[in-house]
Ligand binder design. Structure first.
Ligand SMILES: C[S@@+](CC[C@H](N)C(=O)[O-])C[C@H]1O[C@@H](n2cnc3c(N)ncnc32)[C@H](O)[C@@H]1O
Length: 220
């Protein structure tokens, strides 16, 4: 089954609200657990960048887990950032988490992030190289990189089954977005080719029945 791309940005207000109200605690906790497992020596006192951060739930969890870091979240859709801005204000994290409405690719004039995070952005990108180029330009030497995303199932039927299993109780908007995301996602072999083309020495493996992870430290 070939990849079927979806729009890059999630710009509809209803999309932002549906996404922020949905329960992503499972995958988001898994993201944090993966980071802690892959980078046990991370000091937690540097600058952290989340690419395609959406409502910033992962950054909020990250900032609580590593209380000495300063976080920046970037997303091209204000509709997705708006619910995150409210939570950050309520949680009194405004001095530690900054959200910017900005699209990838962007020139890395600040190549000093000690950790780069990204969850569920890669499958949105029509040109996936923009993610790898951005990471190349923004990671400090020795910086930790963790990307998590869906991978594309073997058939339309499998995609439908995954939506029923994991989003059966969610809104119709969310179910449609999830289905489209599964069809747009890359597989491990495709991601490894992208990494090879860009010269990034990162590992890529499946980490659940629907997610893959890409991780490593900057050694280039
Ligand atoms: C599925 S959401 C994931 C949000 C968040 N990372 C999470 O895990 O909850 C993907 C996000 O990537 C953003 N996005 C897609 N293409 C982008 C681009 N080229 N530049 C910046 N943000 C982008 C979308 O607007 C959307 O908010």
């Amino acid at each position: 089954m070939d990849r079927i791309i979806e729009p890059e940005l999630m710009e509809e207000e209803e999309q932002g609200q549906a996404y922020a109200q949905a329960d992503f605690s499972g995958p988001n906790k898994q993201f944090l657990a993966l980071f802690a497992a892959k980078f046990p020596d991370f000091l937690g006192n540097g600058r952290v960048l989340d690419l395609g951060c959406g409502p910033a739930d992962i950054l909020v969890r990250f900032a609580r887990r590593y209380p000495d870091c300063a976080c920046v979240g970037i997303d091209g859709a204000e509709a997705m950032l708006a619910p995150g801005r409210r939570v950050i204000e309520q949680e009194k994290l405004s001095r530690r988490i900054t959200l910017r409405c900005q699209c990838l690719p962007f020139a890395g004039n600040e190549d000093c992030f000690q950790a780069i995070l990204s969850n569920s952005l890669l499958h949105h990108l029509h040109q996936p190289q923009v993610l790898w180029q951005t990471i190349s330009g923004c990671t400090a030497p020795g910086g930790a990189i963790l990307i998590m995303d869906l991978f594309r199932p073997g058939s339309i039927e499998s995609a439908r089954q995954i939506v029923d299993t994991y989003a059966g109780n969610e809104s119709k908007i969310l179910q449609a977005d999830f289905y489209n995301s599964l069809l747009a996602a890359f597989r491990v072999g495709e991601v490894r080719s992208q990494l090879q083309q860009t010269g990034l020495k990162l590992r890529c493996e499946e980490v659940s029945d629907r997610h893959l992870a890409i991780w490593g430290t900057r050694s280039w």
